[in-house]
Design a protein around this ligand. Structure first.
Ligand SMILES: [Zn+2]
Length: 199
C-alpha cells in the first residue's frame, strides 16, 4: 500500500534492443503499476535511437496512466515526445545548458558566448516575459559568463527554466484545445528543429 498521493512507477528498460524493450514493457504491465517510465534513454545514444525506443514501447503503455520519459530533453524533443503520448519529463538541461552559455528561445538555442553577441543589447529572447529578459542584455550576460561571475549562470538558468515552464504551459493549453498537432508543427518549424522532418 502506498501513502495517499504516492505512485509507484515501473521503469521499462532494454537499451536499444526492440525485443528487450517489448519484453520489459509486457512483463511490467502484468504487475500493473500506477505509472510507467521509459528509462535508459538519453545516455549517449542518438536522437533517432531515443525515439525508436519510445516508438517501440509507447503502444504497450496504458493511456490512462502517467507515462514518463526519463532524462529528456531539449525543447523540440519534449514537444515531439508529448505528440507520441508522453506525459512527464525530468531533465538537467535548462540549468546545465544555461551554465554553459546556451539560452533557449522559440527560434532555437543561442550560444550567448559567441562573439556575435558581444555588443548585442537585446534580451536573451525578445518574446520572453521573464525577469531576466525584462532587465538584462545579451552582451551583459555574456560578459558575466566570460568573467565567471556567478550572477551570469543564475540569470541564464532563470531564463531557461522560465522558458521550459512556459513551454509546458503551452503544451497543456494546446492539448486542452485539441490542437496539439498544429502546435507541434508550428513550434518545430519556428525552432528550426531537425525533428520536424520525422513527423
Ligand atoms: Zn527570459
Amino acid at each position: 500500500m502506498h501513502e495517499r498521493g504516492q505512485r509507484l512507477f515501473a521503469i521499462v528498460q532494454g537499451s536499444s534492443y526492440e525485443d528487450l524493450r517489448r519484453q520489459s514493457a509486457e512483463e511490467l504491465l502484468e504487475i500493473d503499476f500506477d505509472a510507467y517510465a521509459i528509462g535508459g534513454v538519453s545516455v549517449g545514444e542518438s536522437v533517432q535511437e531515443m525515439f525508436a525506443a519510445l516508438n517501440w514501447v509507447i503502444p504497450f503503455l496504458p493511456k490512462d496512466k502517467p507515462r514518463y520519459f526519463m532524462g529528456i530533453g531539449l525543447p523540440d524533443q519534449i514537444v515531439k515526445a508529448v505528440g507520441l503520448g508522453i506525459d512527464m519529463f525530468d531533465c538537467s538541461i535548462p540549468t546545465r545548458y544555461g551554465r554553459h552559455g546556451s539560452a533557449f528561445t522559440n527560434k532555437g538555442k543561442l550560444n550567448i558566448l559567441n562573439s556575435e553577441f558581444s555588443k548585442d543589447l537585446r534580451p536573451l529572447d525578445e518574446s520572453c516575459d521573464c525577469g531576466v529578459c525584462q532587465n538584462y542584455t545579451r552582451c551583459y550576460i555574456r560578459h558575466l559568463l566570460n568573467m565567471h561571475e556567478i550572477t551570469g549562470v543564475r540569470l541564464m538558468s532563470y531564463h531557461n527554466l522560465h522558458f521550459y515552464i512556459k513551454l509546458m504551459e503551452r503544451i497543456r493549453t494546446a492539448i486542452e484545445a485539441d490542437s496539439y498537432a498544429e502546435f507541434q508543427k508550428q513550434f518545430l518549424t519556428d525552432y528550426n528543429s531537425e525533428l520536424l522532418t520525422t513527423l
